[in-house]
Design a protein around this ligand. Structure first.
Ligand code: GAF
Length: 389
């Protein structure tokens, strides 16, 4: 579904559910990270792009004051959020992403208007494509539309990240909310997570495409492994004697090797290497040097699999199939993307070979794992937008 079709669909659902037309329609995309994994909370670089999969909200002012009703058009379930006082956590569970953002606006001194909302997302849930960030940034965009007060997109991303920390319990970095808020059509976003400086890297060569391969193995970042990795990185930085792993060189890590556990050493080796790979890959993209970019993507996957240990056998199976297809069959590189433990891979492929590659990966993945993968190509999409209002 295109964004236009999705917006029309959610507007129609709003009309049907609430008996009138919506006044505002807003959207925020999910993302795929091309390279730079588990580097954002280490002050490093990331290189994500917004994808053509979106959270969309249609809304109007509500007659009942002090509350927001959100109707999930897919699961046919509603959340009623009390906004008369400070917004708190509540049920259903997905409403906490919305609640967290509303609370963030309140903390900025913003009064939350009473709203009726219909909502739908085409970002696969638990697929590692930032369905939660899309929902958070979409909510923030709705509040901007409904109050007529735009906030700085960086502030918006930070507010959404805080919602994820405090209402979803995931100590995530800044990448997902940032790209959902600041993505630009036709571009990847090279983000320096320390300075928050961004560079839009054009990705418009028609000879290549990015394929997203969803293993359909759910990923759960709340389970504690993510927080554990973060703590291990902090420990490594402390032992090396730097503020964060962004400041550490491979030589410094080797010198400190004996003072840390083997596991902590490997975690740091991934992060230090990945920060370097990301800046090199960005350079490769600027020069349309696709074979080089692809090699960095494979190297990223191996480090995430062996050193950082956030892959799983299904993600590894996709990468192995992609490697087997190889450059001759049109695959430049492939890696797991996002937090890991399931979710998606991203593959850089020749545009003319997309159909054949999709077919091969689907068939071989099903044969290897017994699971049907969901595979789609996406062009770099725009970040959050107010479609109506
Ligand atoms: C998740 C987090 F939300 C991001 O901040 C990032 O750390 C990513 O995992 C790993 O690169 O998506």
């Amino acid at each position: 579904m295109t964004l236009k079709e999705l917006a029309a669909h959610v507007a129609a659902e709003f009309q049907q559910h609430y008996g009138r037309a919506p006044r505002w329609i807003v959207a925020a995309p999910g993302r795929v990270n091309v390279i730079g994994e588990h580097t954002d909370y280490n002050d490093g670089f990331v290189l994500p792009m917004a994808i053509e999969r979106y959270a969309v909200m249609a809304a109007d002012a509500a007659a009942t004051p002090g509350r927001i009703s959100v109707y999930d058009t897919h699961f046919k379930e509603s959340a009623v959020i009390d906004v008369a006082g400070p917004v708190t956590k509540g049920q259903p569970k997905w409403s906490n992403y919305i609640r967290g953002v509303l609370a963030g606006f309140q903390q900025r001194g913003q009064k939350i208007p009473a709203l009726d909302v219909a909502f739908m997302s085409t970002v696969p849930l638990g697929g590692g494509l930032s369905s939660s960030a899309a929902l958070e940034v979409c909510t923030a965009t709705l509040i901007e539309a409904a109050t007529g007060k735009a906030i700085d997109p960086v502030e918006k991303a930070l507010l959404a990240q805080k919602a994820e920390h405090e209402f979803a319990g995931v100590p995530c970095g800044i990448m997902d909310q940032f790209i959902s808020a600041l993505g630009r059509e036709g571009h990847l976003l090279l983000l320096d997570c320390r300075t928050r400086q961004t560079e839009l890297v054009p990705m418009s060569d028609p000879s290549v495409a990015l394929l997203v391969v969803n293993t359909n193995v759910k990923h759960e970042l709340g389970s504690g492994e993510y927080a554990k990795r973060r703590a291990e990185c902090e420990q490594a930085a402390k032992i090396i004697g730097v503020k964060s792993l962004r400041d550490a060189t491979p030589e410094q890590l080797e010198q400190a090797k004996d003072k840390m556990s083997e596991v902590v050493y490997r975690r740091a080796r991934h992060v230090i290497g990945e920060i370097e790979r990301t800046t090199h890959a960005a350079e490769g993209i600027r020069q349309s040097n696709w074979p080089t970019v692809g090699q960095f993507m494979y190297a990223s996957h191996y480090a995430l699999r062996d050193d950082y240990e956030v892959s799983c056998k299904e993600l590894d199976a996709v990468v192995a199939i992609a490697e087997n297809i190889g450059a001759r069959g049109g695959v430049y590189g492939c890696r797991m993307t996002g937090g890991g433990f399931g979710g998606c891979c991203v593959a850089l492929v020749k545009a003319g070979a997309v159909d054949a590659i999709t077919q091969t990966i689907a068939t071989e993945y099903q044969a290897k794992t017994g699971i049907a993968a969901a595979i789609f190509a996406s062009r770099p999409a725009a970040g959050a937008t107010i479609i109506k209002g």
